[in-house]
Design a protein around this ligand. Sequence first.
Ligand code: SF4
Length: 320
Amino acid sequence: MPTDAKPPLAILLCSPRGFCAGVDRAIQIVELALKKFGAPVYVRHEIVHNRYVVDGLKAKGAVFVEELDEIPDTGQPVVFSAHGVAKAVPEAARLKNLFHLDATCPLVTKVHREAEIHYRKGREIVLIGHAGHPEVVGTMGQLPEGAITLIETEADARAFQPKAPEKLAYITQTTLSVDDTAAIVAILSERFPAMTAPHKEDICYATTNRQEAVKRIASDIDAMIVIGAPNSSNSQRLREVATRAGCAVSLLVQRASDLDWRRLAGLRRVGITAGASAPEVLVEEVIDAFAARYAVTVEVVTAAEEAVVFNLPKALRETA
Ligand code: SF4
């Protein structure tokens, strides 16, 4: 046997992983806007939480801004990110005579509409989510200040004192931990049995399926690698889900150069997945990095099949 033979490593590759339909649509919107209107196309906030994607779009002529004030007087479009925006943002764009394209994921828009309906019906609304996340800022900004109370933890759910317990409704961020959210909802439902729930789960199919795939393998691997950005909620949840399901080492990396090989020494079985905003090219890069050190075999573990596709905005359909 040659002395430099690589040790064997089984890679369990989660499926589904990576891009969801909402992220795919948001990136397409920026690319098609560049094709139709030429550069620059302005994008308010990171279109999706992934540096590789953002840098790729910058190279094609997208200009990322935090606020609309940074955009000069221009006929060029501005795209709103997949996370959604507060009502005040399109209104500000209109006042500035900016032409905007909305890349808000339709499943986030669904939550916005639920909030509006509850408000119209005079219900007190609880949003389960993470303070400061752009999606939470956008959802809370659908209604006047104070109309929605944010609940982040089980402790918040226990301490919450509604003004109108008999007219309570809850909505959630789309990218939460399925299990944590169920625990928070259980506390609220026990305290407020009349609370109205979403007709259809607010945590989206992509979040649910990616977490399910991680759970299937977490207790059967030495380490879990989640490819995604530190500010990506669904990626952070995947890392937590692996830890809670019994995986001793669960790491979130943006790409192969982030892999900490000291922590990954002596592995025999490793799981790999990617958050909903991480492109497949980064998964391939990570597998290649393992293959440079180990004799790898790759087994795909499938938790669900996905065939979701969302329509593009009307203004871009012909260009597509
Ligand atoms: S993670 Fe879910 S809600 Fe977010 S963009 Fe993807 S499909 Fe839409």
